[in-house]
Design a binder for this molecule. Structure first.
Ligand SMILES: Cc1cc2nc3c(=O)[nH]c(=O)nc-3n(C[C@H](O)[C@H](O)[C@H](O)COP(=O)(O)O)c2cc1C
Length: 223
């Protein structure tokens, strides 16, 4: 499964079967996490066999069950922290999909278990991603249309349209899809919009856009 197929297949899954992650799956995820941390300066961590974070009333209220593995997005407080967590977290989500796992970004309905993380001074947990073998593969979300999120003067280049299509497949908090992509020459300006967690969403959709549009076709204006 390539990244494009992974984007198409991925849907949020909140209920998981009782099947531990295999050792080689864990290692592949840890290797990619290490690469993400090297590139970004984040301190992303994989937590396995830890049932407590998703065992609260809140988690069940949020319809989660059987979650014992999750990725914690941790980093130093700075202006771009949320966006970076979105970008690198989604890279891991799509890898997890390629490895046959399911996932769900979770901002609210989980409990922080401090003893399982290694935090450095000045760092915070931004969000987590539940991963594991889902009871189902999830379902397609309702989506805005291309013209709702794309701003183009004149004719839309094919690569840009593919980027937008990829971005519309991405998970966003409460499926809000508040983002916009604005084409200016061969530069693309990505705009977060107002909303809860919209900066995390921005990082996520930028990662999808890059896969759909291909990086060699454009430059980000706001990087
Ligand atoms: C930043 C972010 C935070 C999210 N937080 C939660 C959450 O707290 N609880 C939950 O059930 N789903 C959460 N989600 C999942 C979204 O509801 C889901 O991605 C969206 O409805 C689109 O559906 P899809 O992922 O199946 O495409 C979150 C997603 C994102 C991107």
């Amino acid at each position: 499964m390539d990244m494009k197929q992974a984007m198409n297949m991925r849907h949020s899954v909140r209920q998981y079967i009782n099947r531990p992650l295999e050792e080689n799956t864990i290692q592949t995820l840890r290797d990619e996490i290490e690469r993400c941390n090297q590139e970004s300066g984040l301190n992303i961590q994989l937590v396995t066999n830890e049932p407590k974070a998703f065992n609260s009333f809140m988690a069940h209220y949020g319809k989660f069950s059987g979650v014992t593995n999750y990725i914690a997005l941790i980093g130093k407080k700075e202006a771009k922290l949320d966006e970076k967590c979105g970008y690198y977290g989604e890279r891991l989500v799509l890898l997890a999909q390629q490895l046959g796992l399911n996932s769900c970004w979770v901002a609210m309905t989980y409990k922080k278990i401090p003893s399982v993380f290694k935090m450095n001074k000045g760092e915070k947990i931004v969000i987590v991603i539940a991963i594991g073998y889902g009871m189902t593969q999830g379902t397609e979300h309702k989506s805005k249309g291309i013209s709702d999120v794309a701003v183009v003067d004149g004719e839309m280049p094919e690569w840009f349209r593919r980027g937008i299509e990829a971005a519309l497949l991405a998970p966003t908090a409460m499926n809000q899809q508040k983002f916009k992509f604005i084409l200016e020459g061969n530069n693309v300006l990505a705009h977060a919009g107002r909303g809860f967690y919209s900066k995390i969403d921005l990082g996520i959709v930028k990662f999808h856009f890059e896969i759909g549009a291909r990086k060699e076709n454009f430059k980000w204006k706001n990087d």
